[in-house]
Ligand binder design. Structure first.
Ligand code: ZN
Length: 138
């Protein structure tokens, strides 16, 4: 069995953003040379997510508004976690949106359903953060 590991780095200039990272994951898969197996993609930070959904701007706006209703950023003082930091909402948003995705690798390709794309969800940006790509198979 082969195994391949790569870190993708991001520095999002805003507090929150959704970034389509599918091209970088496809590039990692190509580098791995693996044709059959599994591809794990996970955020390495507890205030960011990796998830799969549609690359459609209306949906991304809906997600942003939905997350703000569930876990509004402000006022910062509403959260017990916000002692010396202000990112409690980011931890909650990350929990809802998830830590990782696993995609089957078939015939050297990510075996997606229709319209599936992989996104990095940043909820506390303006600093360098990482996503781990781990691919195993043969
Ligand atoms: Zn925190």
């Amino acid at each position: 069995m082969k195994s391949y590991r790569k870190e993708l780095w991001f520095e999002v200039p805003a507090r929150r953003a959704f970034i389509n990272i599918t091209p970088q994951v496809i590039e990692a898969l190509r580098e791995s040379g693996i044709r059959e197996g599994l591809c794990l993609v996970n955020a390495m930070h507890i205030s960011a997510s990796v998830f799969i959904n549609d690359d459609e701007s209306g949906l991304h706006g809906d997600l942003e508004r939905w997350l703000e209703k569930l876990a509004p950023e402000k006022p910062h003082s509403q959260y017990a976690h916000n002692v010396g930091e202000d990112n409690a909402d980011a931890h909650l948003k990350r929990t809802i949106m998830g830590r990782e995705v696993v995609v089957a690798v078939t015939a050297g390709k990510l075996d997606f359903g229709p319209w599936e794309r992989i996104f990095y969800g940043e909820f506390d940006g303006r600093r360098r953060k990482r996503v781990l790509v781990k691919i195993v198979g043969e």
